[in-house]
Write a protein that binds this ligand. Structure first.
Ligand code: WTA
Length: 643
């Protein structure tokens, strides 16, 4: 129906009257009201949660530290589960779709999910987990990851999830940092029809850590090694546990979880998120940005191992009492339209995914889409990397059929929840622009000298006080890193995002990309610094440089330039370097190309000019090379690339 399509004025799209009528927020004035007194505004949103004790003070700012909802007490799981009962007792909280099409999905009602969470929470208590203890979770996209996270939160333990595609070394580093005594993992899981032996990685990863017990979910029934005095089957542990467990009363500023994000030297940073502020932001951003209503079936495709999965696959939909869908596998397996089939099968109403997936869907062509009308969809979202205009329009037209508002949401592991995007009932939506800051969020775009830049000028995106309640409170056990990374470029009162951005005349923000060494490979955040550290640990390598190169589907991919000792055949070294990255980081980080070179372009002071390498690879004009100490190497590397 024509009348249902969004209206277009110039390059802007606006929501339909029909959408606005039902939306939580459709009045522009919401922004003005919120921005007049952001603290009061966030406090009003906090009131939507159930608190055991109300806070006494909205915010306290002691740069670079700040606190929200001081003195408030709550438990996020009571807000995710208990408060929806008994009304939503039989309502579906979680739908789990396994990758093998021969297997049956699993459905958890709110009542059932609460009981499973309680059982596992009791099992954790019995295993000696206490309030404040860190618990490692290394699980694939199966229902137990949700249950495990919520069970930790229920008893006041701090969960630290490690993405299941991360290597054993990556797991080890994180476990060593948190000093977790318990790890929750699985025997295996399905990936493109193959069983991945996760337990093998876990066994390797817990070596040289303080982990005493490994709880193993039986998922793929693959053969695994078993350590009798250490390993326990999840299924055995919960069998006789009570389905009741009192939620611990947590202080607003107690830690809810630690989630690591890549550091520039190879050592990841543990972002610390708190019980109160995070809950408020997860609840309200979900409600307003995805316009979550009781009947919604929300599908966020992110793995819970990433922040998007924490907040929008798990916490936010449950806080809002809607149905969340979790799919175990890859979206184009066993057929290219698996994702479309899932939307149709479960009558998904809101679909939230990453540009890399959108570009992949697009690649498969329109044939796939002819069969799928997506009649149930009413809202689309994108996250994780800049979405270019072509992909935006393709998604908007072919999946949303021009009738779904498309929210391009900007945020970070550090921010805990979305901070920039247009509200679906207000708009406007502009392809390749994320939109306006969420009400109550103040941002700016600054040049190197801290001057606020006008419309159209690219600069550094920053967040201004009072920030947002979900912003990280620190880097775990590393105050210096916290200060250096976020609060040193513009002082202790301005949060530096490391993203470059531009604002248009409507106040809409376009994210250009990172200004540090972070690259987004298929939406996954890794740094070239950590890749270099992994490569440099190979004894044959004397020096290396990794750069992020644009990729049609994945957005960006790493390319490595390596100087080696020439004691081994080149082909062997290349293979080993790839193996090294798989082992130290993850298969997702494997470089697209590895070039063996005799030297790297450097300045006279010895700094590697990665910019030159990137331009060489892309075939761009190199510009002024007079600062190079060894300009001769440029031609040589060019020849190697061309070969
Ligand atoms: C990038 C993911 C453009 C950005 C939630 C940010 C985006 C980094 C967008 C954080 C977007 C995230 N448009 N770029 N809508 N969303 N980014 O920690 O560079 O995995 O700093 O959090 O992703 O990545 P992270």
């Amino acid at each position: 129906m024509k009348s249902q399509k969004l209206t277009k004025k110039g390059n802007l799209y606006f929501p339909t009257k029909k959408f606005q009528k039902k939306a939580w927020i459709s009045d522009k004035k919401t922004y003005q009201k919120a921005n007049k007194d952001p603290v009061k505004f966030w406090e009003s949103l906090a009131k939507e949660l159930v608190w055991v004790k109300t806070w006494q003070k909205g915010v306290e700012h002691r740069p670079p530290y700040f606190k929200w909802f001081l003195g408030g007490k709550l438990n996020i799981t009571e807000n995710c589960l208990d408060r929806h009962l008994p009304e939503k007792k039989d309502k579906i909280a979680l739908i789990w779709e396994p990758e093998p099409t021969t297997e049956r999905p699993k459905i958890y009602t709110y009542d059932e999910l609460l009981r499973q969470v309680n059982k596992f929470a009791n099992a954790l208590l019995k295993s000696g987990v206490k309030r404040g203890d860190r618990v490692g979770i290394y699980l694939p996209m199966i229902p137990e990851i949700t249950i495990a996270m919520l069970a930790c939160a229920r008893i006041g333990a701090v969960h630290s999830v490690v993405f299941s595609a991360f290597s054993s070394t990556a797991l080890k580093i994180r476990l060593q940092d948190t000093k977790a005594k318990i790890l929750i993992t699985a025997d295996g899981y399905y990936r493109r029809g193959k069983v991945i032996n996760l337990k093998e990685n876990a066994d390797e990863g817990v070596k040289e850590t303080e982990v005493k017990k490994v709880i193993v979910v039986k998922r793929a029934k693959n053969k695994i090694n078993w350590k009798k005095d250490r390993d326990l089957w999840w299924q055995d542990l919960v069998k006789n546990e009570s389905s009741q467990c009192k939620a611990r009363t947590m202080d607003s500023e107690d830690t809810l979880f630690i989630l690591y994000t890549s550091g520039s030297t190879g050592k990841p940073k543990g972002c610390v998120h708190t019980c109160g502020g995070y809950s408020v932001q997860a609840n309200s951003t979900g409600k307003w940005i995805f316009d979550l209503h009781d009947k919604d079936i929300f599908w966020c495709t992110s793995d819970p191992g990433w922040i998007t999965g924490h907040t929008y696959t798990i916490y936010s939909p449950l806080l809002n009492g809607v149905t969340t869908l979790v799919y175990e596998g890859v979206p184009d397996w066993p057929t290219s339209d698996r994702w479309a089939k899932i939307i149709e099968k479960y009558k998904v109403t809101i679909f939230y995914t990453a540009p890399t997936a959108i570009r992949m869907f697009e690649k498969y062509g329109k044939g796939v889409l002819k069969k799928h009308k997506f009649k149930t969809l009413r809202l689309l979202g994108s996250v994780g990397e800049p979405i270019d205009e072509t992909a935006w329009l393709w998604y908007f037209k072919n999946v949303g059929k021009e009738k779904c508002p498309l929210v391009d949401t900007w945020w970070q592991t550090e921010t805990g929840g979305i901070l920039i995007t247009s509200l679906p009932g207000v708009g406007p939506f502009r392809p390749a622009f994320t939109g306006l800051p969420f009400p109550g969020v103040k941002v700016d775009i600054l040049d190197e000298k801290k001057r606020s830049l006008p419309v159209g000028r690219q600069g550094n995106l920053v967040i201004l006080p009072p920030f947002a309640p979900g912003l990280l409170r620190g880097v775990y056990k590393n105050p210096k890193k916290y200060l250096d990374t976020y609060w040193s470029q513009y002082g202790k009162k301005i949060y530096f995002t490391s993203d470059a951005a531009i604002i248009d005349k409507n106040g809409l923000i376009r994210i250009v990309g990172r200004v540090d060494d972070v690259i987004k490979v298929a939406g996954h955040r890794i740094t070239t610094g950590e890749l270099e550290a992994a490569i440099n640990s190979h004894p044959e390598i004397t020096e290396c440089a990794v750069v992020g190169i644009p990729d049609e589907i994945k957005g960006e991919v790493p390319v490595a330039f390596i100087v080696y000792k020439r004691e081994k055949p080149a082909a062997e070294v290349k293979k080993e370097v790839v193996g090294q990255i798989r082992k130290e980081i993850s298969p997702i980080a494997v470089p697209k190309e590895v070039y063996l070179v005799e030297d790297l372009p450097k300045t006279r002071s010895g700094k590697i000019m990665r910019r030159v390498l990137k331009k060489l690879f892309i075939g761009e004009e190199l510009g002024d090379l007079s600062t190079l100490a060894n300009p001769g190497i440029v031609e040589k590397i060019k020849k190697i690339i061309e070969k």
